[in-house]
Design a protein around this ligand. Structure first.
Ligand code: 6PG
Length: 235
């Protein structure tokens, strides 16, 4: 693994960039980072609050986590966004995480908090905002990066909605159009952020990011900074 210097970019986001040579290397590093964050949070708070990324990139990391031994009873799972589709639809982020990982480890069901996006974006967001109410800061937020620089369901050119901890998304350029996302401000209330960025398709978004373009990924700017694990993109 080769780590570049820490950069301060758009929106005063502090980012630490890490490049990896193979899929196995980045997956193993991500698993190690997640397990370390869990160990530290459980030692400090007695629980580990992790927010999962959707899309396809994190699936292989989740599949490795399914084989790990961990203090699963102390893990609490959230999602940074989900699509407004039926609960068991193949494109649901919550289904991907359950199939790849959560159905294979002993995290108590009541500690796996899927976004009820099947209720629709407005009702789903209201329900999830209630789930998040009063929750302490997240311990680790996992995020992907879209080819247009989006992250979670924060898309370019869309007005930021920080009116609640979870908000509805309309007209998403990435189907389906209706989604639910944790808001930018709530995602920033965290002790750690790990972006997973793989594939040449993300190069333009990474170039914009590094050139100080305020793509939505730069809106995730907690005091702790963000770590960006990259494979197949140059920086
Ligand atoms: C989603 C995700 C989205 C995703 C990026 C990257 O619901 O699609 O939340 O933000 O993380 O679009 O997707 P890939 O990992 O599939 O490239």
């Amino acid at each position: 693994m080769q780590t570049t210097q820490t950069l301060t970019l758009a929106n005063d986001q502090i980012s630490r960039w890490h490049s990896f040579a193979t899929q196995d290397e980045i997956n193993q590093a991500a698993v190690a980072r997640i397990l370390q964050a869990a160990h530290e949070a459980i030692a400090q708070y007695g629980s580990f609050l992790i927010v999962l990324a959707g899309g396809s990139t994190p699936k292989s990391v989740y599949q490795l986590l399914a084989k790990e031994q961990a203090d699963w009873a102390k893990w609490h799972i959230y999602h940074n966004d989900d699509r407004c589709l039926p609960v068991d639809h193949i494109e649901r982020n919550s289904k991907m995480a359950r199939d790849a990982w959560l159905n294979h480890v002993a995290i108590p069901q009541e500690q796996i908090h899927d976004i009820p996006a099947e209720l629709g974006n407005v009702e789903g967001a209201k329900a999830y905002a209630t789930t998040l109410e009063g929750l302490r800061a997240f311990d680790l937020v996992l995020l992907g990066l879209g080819e247009d620089g989006h992250t979670a369901s924060l898309f370019p050119g869309q007005a930021l909605d920080n009116s609640a901890d979870a908000v509805p998304v309309f007209n998403s350029p990435k189907p389906p159009t209706d989604r639910v996302t944790i808001s930018q401000s709530r995602l920033n209330n965290t002790h750690g952020v790990l972006f997973l960025v793989t594939g040449a398709g993300k190069q333009n978004a990474v170039n914009d990011w590094l050139n100080g373009v305020a793509i939505p990924a730069t809106l995730i700017a907690p005091k702790c900074g963000v770590d960006v694990y990259c494979l197949g993109v140059k920086f």
